[in-house]
Design a protein around this ligand. Structure first.
Ligand SMILES: [Zn+2]
Length: 365
């Protein structure tokens, strides 16, 4: 079955996203990865993954045979390391059955770690439906042409690159049973497409760039604000929670601003390869200003001053590492969430200005 044009579009978007990640353009990468999540592509993949042979009325004799065959096969079922890499390269990181471009193993999990809300990969029952469409449809694997369970060997002659849909759809059936032509008769297309291997085996950048990016707070475009708000301390009034929700929704709309949610909710500005935590709000309603600014102390000073002016009795002062805003609302001297939403307009304008006045501006397309 021919893959739809969306497969090619998605691969191109992923290619651009990989470049953006390597250039530490996280906003651009997030946007491209979102665009690549094309749902019609997901539907196509899910359809092809249905047991093709069952649709065609074949009996499943393969499974029973598998156990015996395993006993006859000494050695590994699948090539690993350099052998696997050589096969992907030989095949131009393309499925030899349907010719779609595939993503090398290991890349998807790296991007899920960086963009958990975009490159979604939930496991368990029903998880497949929510998986990111491009990685679901273009996941690259190695496939035995003559199935292993049917006596096929693990030589590089018998193993080709395949996309997940073709691999799952084929199952343990032979190409003759499925009326497929032998993919080895078609010369593989080898060009610049590398299955995004450069993200996991990065030669263009000094080693460790991607590992460094993994220390980013998780990049969330759709964090569960509602869930977090409902776990807030019961002493926080409903009116304040409402106002906080409005503020967070407005902040989230600003470019280069992300929210990360854990025990605390933090408002981050991503710029120049750094993620700066501007506000950290605890479930108890205490607000840390700033949360973490990675050495960008001076950059933060005007925001701190303006915010301190807008909150009654708040002060701003310098420490060796940062400019802080403290109020009298909490035992630790932080400002409270009530005070924060009371100054919502100032906070919004201030964060917007910070995001627009980045120390090392993001290169947007
Ligand atoms: Zn395929």
């Amino acid at each position: 079955m021919e893959p739809p044009v969306e497969a090619d579009q998605a691969a191109s978007l992923l290619d651009a996203a990989a470049d953006a990640v390597l250039n530490e353009q996280m906003v651009k990468a997030a946007d491209l990865l979102l665009q690549a999540d094309i749902r019609t592509l997901h539907a196509y993949a899910a359809f092809v993954m249905l047991p093709t042979a069952e649709l065609l009325g074949f009996k499943k004799h393969a499974r029973q045979a598998r156990h015996e065959v395993h006993l006859q096969h000494p050695g590994l079922r699948m090539p690993t390391g350099v052998d696997a890499e050589a096969i992907f390269k030989r095949d131009g990181f393309r499925c030899r059955y349907c010719s779609c471009r595939v993503v090398r193993p290991g890349v998807r999990s790296l991007l899920t770690a960086l963009f958990p809300d975009i490159v979604r990969w939930p496991s368990g029952k029903g998880g497949d439906r929510a998986k990111h469409a491009a990685f679901y449809a273009l996941n690259g694997v190695l496939d035995h042409i003559q199935p292993y369970a049917r006596g096929g060997d693990s030589s590089t002659e018998n193993i080709v690159t395949a996309c997940w849909p073709c691999n799952f759809g084929k199952e343990d059936h032979t190409i003759e049973e499925l009326c497929l032509s032998d993919p080895r008769l078609r010369t593989p297309v080898v060009d610049d497409w590398d299955g995004l291997a450069r993200l996991v085996r990065n030669r263009r950048k000094p080693a460790g760039t991607v590992a460094k990016l993994q220390t980013f707070p998780q990049w969330s475009t759709r964090p569960d604000i509602e869930g977090w708000l409902t776990s807030m301390n019961s002493e926080t009034s409903l009116g304040v929670i409402e106002a906080l929700r409005d503020l967070l929704v407005s902040l989230r709309k600003l470019s280069s601003v992300s929210l990360s949610i854990g025990q605390n909710l933090t408002v981050n500005i991503v710029c120049g390869g750094k993620s700066l935590g501007v506000l950290g709000i605890s479930l108890a309603g205490d607000v840390d200003v700033p949360w973490l600014i990675s050495g960008e102390k001076d950059w933060f000073k005007p925001f701190a001053k303006t915010l301190a002016d807008a909150v009654p009795e708040a002060i701003f002062y310098e420490t060796p590492r940062m400019w802080r805003v403290d109020g009298c609302g909490t035992a630790r001297g932080q400002i409270t969430v009530d005070e924060l939403v009371g100054a919502a307009a100032v906070v919004l304008a201030g964060v917007e200005q910070l995001a627009g006045k980045q120390t090392r501006p993001l290169r947007q397309p």
